[in-house]
Design a protein around this ligand. Structure first.
Ligand code: NDP
Length: 444
């Protein structure tokens, strides 16, 4: 049996009932096959693959907190410190009822390669909880965040592990967590990113993932003889990534006609009104029905359906496994030319393969959404320097990083005889740097 298959079987056997984690490992290992087989003897002897698929450390803890009725609630807390070969662990904290260890491991594993692709010195980690901030009062969210950090603060620090936001963790949650970390440790340090601007946050961090997605998508289209200007774009999600992806797409001259949340989706024939979407989602924390009620050109539909709309470019920005094989078929039938993932692993493997086989340009999340973590790393640099850069400085660095990421993965795909396969290119480029650092550092 090949080394890749052996390691994948081991992952499934040792990590039962973690399908998202298996899926992420399979996708990465499959596309690394050609590189692994070329170096099989060395990697096998060093157990390099066994080490890279196994987290350095997994922390699981109880998070008790008191709700507004005086009732004690208990959630599970997680932090997976996956790989520190190229820098301190870096990755977000997801707060969503679907969170479990397998989800955090899939995200942490992906994060290793994503962080490597940014070209910045950051290792891979991820964390979160099955706590649902939706429908909770600010006081309840604060009680949860303080309890979460009261345990997690022991394991994180500006030079060891720097968490950030993710689904359910926005500026409010990061603020409460930062306050509790500072109170417990007495340290005013860059331990979390995505902070508010008044206490060490970076300009353009909020926009970074969505903007970065568009910078990369525009470069991918350009290198394939197309222009983002004038394109019709379908976006899923209506959170941090989706909102700023829509805003940048419109600034670049595209028309975005959809967005969605976990209840339903919007088709807006005039193009999404970003200011209204921000008001509904960022200020009121309301459902998309409110967007439709305030906008005559918008139709609201219950359930899923964004990918049935005719578009040139599709940007899944909600969550994992939200673009399935049937969705891929609908996109191809409607003439879609490019898909770039704003979310982590939103496209299933069979859907990805279908899109690629039908000539759709496909860029995976670990490259396309790396602008968020890259700008988090820029926030870390500013915190270390005790300086704040301007919006334009950060945005221009972000643009350079995203364009470099695209060329890095494009070149890796070409070098290994898989031109145009950006999934393989991203995995190979991300992996090689980490593998070299792990090899240089010996058996640790
Ligand atoms: P938010 O919580 O701000 O928004 C998530 C959006 O997706 C919401 O519209 C939410 O709808 C929807 N959504 C979440 N879960 C589901 C679900 N199970 N089914 C359908 N819709 C769902 O998160 P972000 O925008 O920050 O993150 C979105 C994706 O991007 C995630 O995969 C995340 O890991 C990834 N990502 C985020 C980065 C960042 O900087 N924020 C960086 C890189 C990747 P509702 O409001 O109804 O829950």
């Amino acid at each position: 049996m090949s080394y890749v298959d052996e390691v994948f079987d081991m992952v499934v056997a040792k990590n039962p009932a973690q399908p998202e984690f298996h899926q992420a490992v399979k996708e990465v290992l499959e596309s690394l096959r050609v590189v692994i087989e070329a170096n099989e003897e060395v990697y096998r002897k060093d157990a390099l693959l066994e080490r890279i698929v196994t987290p350095e450390r997994q922390i699981i803890f109880r998070v008790p907190w008191v709700d507004d009725k005086g009732q004690v609630q208990v959630n599970n807390g997680f932090r997976v410190q996956y790989n520190s070969a190229i820098g301190p662990y870096k990755g977000g904290l997801r707060l969503h009822p679907s969170v479990n260890l397998g989800i955090i491991k899939f995200l942490g594993f992906e994060q290793i390669f994503k962080n490597s692709l940014t070209g910045l010195p950051i290792g891979g980690g991820k964390g979160g909880s099955d706590f649902d901030p939706k429908g909770k009062s600010d006081r309840e969210v604060m009680a949860f965040c303080q309890s979460f950090i009261t345990e997690l603060y022991k394991y994180i620090g500006a030079d060891t592990d720097v968490p950030a936001g993710d689904i359910g963790t926005g500026a409010r949650e990061i603020g409460y967590m930062y306050g509790q970390y500072k109170r417990l440790t007495g340290l005013y340090e860059g331990v979390l990113t995505g902070k508010g601007l008044s206490y060490g946050g970076s300009l353009a961090r909020k926009e970074a993932t969505g903007y970065g997605l568009l910078y990369l998508t525009a470069e991918m289209l350009k290198c394939n003889g197309m222009d983002i200007a004038g394109k019709t774009v379908a976006v899923s999600g209506a959170g941090n990534v989706a909102i700023y992806a829509i805003q940048k797409a419109q600034q670049l001259g595209a028309k975005v006609v959809t967005c969605s949340d976990s209840n339903g989706w919007i088709y807006d024939s005039e193009g999404i009104d970003v200011a209204l979407l921000q008001e509904v989602k960022e200020v009121k924390r309301a459902r998309l029905t409110e967007y439709a009620a305030a906008r005559p050109s918008a139709e609201y539909h219950e359930g899923k359906g964004v990918w049935t709309v005719k578009c040139d470019v599709a940007l899944p920005c909600a969550t994992q496994n939200e673009l399935l094989l049937d969705d891929a078929k609908a996109l191809v039938a409607n003439g879609c030319k490019a898909v770039a993932e704003g979310a982590n692993m939103p496209t299933t493997m069979d859907a990805t393969e279908y899109l690629q086989a039908n000539g759709v340009l496909f860029c995976p999340g670990k490259a396309a959404n790396a602008g968020g973590v890259a700008t988090s790393a820029l926030e870390m640099s500013q915190n270390s320097e005790r300086l704040s850069w301007t919006f334009e400085e950060v945005d221009s660095k972000l643009q350079t990083i995203m364009v470099n990421i695209f060329h890095n993965l494009d070149n890796a795909a070409k070098k290994y005889g898989m031109e145009g396969n950006y999934v393989a290119g991203a995995n190979i480029a991300g992996f090689l740097k980490v593998a070299e650092a792990m090899t240089a550092q010996g058996v640790v």
